[in-house]
Design a binder for this molecule. Structure first.
Ligand code: NAP
Length: 301
């Protein structure tokens, strides 16, 4: 176990910002590549070295931390010319949410270019990651887990799940709960609102009960105020995760009709211009507000 002398972060979106801030805050040398360079400039002010190409970032680093949106973005950024020959002898640590088969395919690709690979998907938002409070699931051979434990442990609590693919699968199981719980809460909140029931007793009873999930209170003010800018996690990426879960659950022989219903809502949220908003915006589809000027029966939330 030891900290790397050089690390590169590819993908400085929400998650990437949390990871970069965490490591920079602990004095580690971080090279950052983001497709849209301007979105990473704030990290330069915190001490990151910005790269203008993935190959420059890869060439400068012992370990590459991938915080890209999906498997397609990983293939495009890391495994397209001229990057692959530069991967030899380095480690790729994949932190986004991708499917288990995708992760295994990327691991095989990494290995074919002489790189080591581990998956380290994260549960928690950018602030949790920055402050070392996230939960990080590791899919790797034990020696790679041992080698990178100290570094990844800076982000939060580590759970070694098994070989590559196992942590990716676990992360999908968690993310379908994000979709299901958020849709269920939006529905009950809308039902209370439209029934003219005051929202406080609903929340008080819920909080005291075994039905309660902390995510309800985390999303409550966004849902009540219909305030979805500056997302913690976007509607677009929630749809990606639902699709990954549905594809994988079909191969496992699971019945996932409930999640398919949620998918319809999330897809409509994407199609109605809400893709880049916080995923709590699905309340707008579950419980649409009356158009401006129209009278609503009850507005208790
Ligand atoms: N947000 C969270 O709290 C959170 C928590 C756990 C896991 N995750 C997972 O982590 C991953 C990243 O999520 P995020 O919320 O950080 O997303 P995000 O804010 O949308 O950032 C996505 C990143 O991927 C880059 N990217 C997308 N397509 C690309 C392509 N074709 N080529 C090169 N770069 C590309 C984006 O670059 P540009 O800036 O140029 O668009 C950006 O750096 C996702 O798999 C997500 O499910 C997110």
């Amino acid at each position: 176990m030891m900290l790397p002398t050089s690390l590169a972060l590819l993908g400085a979106g929400l998650l990437g910002h949390g990871v970069a801030r965490c490591f920079l805050g602990r004095g580690l040398p971080v090279t950052v590549y983001n497709r849209t360079r301007t979105k990473a400039e704030d990290l330069a002010a915190r001490g990151a070295r910005l790269s203008s190409s993935p190959q420059e970032a890869i060439g400068a680093s012992e370990i590459l931390l991938l915080c890209l949106s999906d498997a397609a973005a990983i293939r495009q950024t890391v495994f397209s010319d001229p990057c692959p020959p530069l991967l030899s002898g380095r480690t790729i640590c994949q932190m986004g949410t991708i499917g288990p088969e995708e992760s295994k395919e990327i691991a095989a690709l990494a290995s074919s270019f002489g790189a080591r690979y581990l998956e380290a998907p994260v549960l928690g938002n950018a602030k949790d990651v920055e402050e070392g409070r996230a939960q990080v699931m590791i899919g790797a051979v034990p020696e790679d887990y041992e080698r990178w434990r100290e570094l990844l442990g800076l982000l939060g609590k580590l759970f070694w799940i098994g070989p590559v693919g196992k942590a990716a699968a676990l992360k999908l199981a968690l993310n379908q709960l994000i979709a299901a719980e958020t849709a269920a809460f939006a529905l009950s909140l809308g039902f209370v609102r439209r029934s003219g029931v005051p929202v406080e007793p609903f929340l008080d009873i819920l909080r005291e009960s075994s039905l309660y999930c902390p995510t309800f209170d985390k999303k409550l003010s966004r849902m009540r105020e219909r305030s979805f800018a500056s997302p913690n996690f976007s509607v677009r990426l929630l749809l990606k995760d639902i699709d990954l879960f549905l594809a994988n659950s079909a191969t496992l022989g699971l019945r996932s009709d409930s999640l398919k219903g949620v998918r319809t809502i999330v897809r409509e949220a994407v199609e109605s211009g809400r893709a880049d908003l916080d995923y709590s915006a699905l309340v707008d589809l579950v419980d649409p507000l009356a158009p401006a000027g129209a009278k609503e029966e009850s507005q208790t939330t």
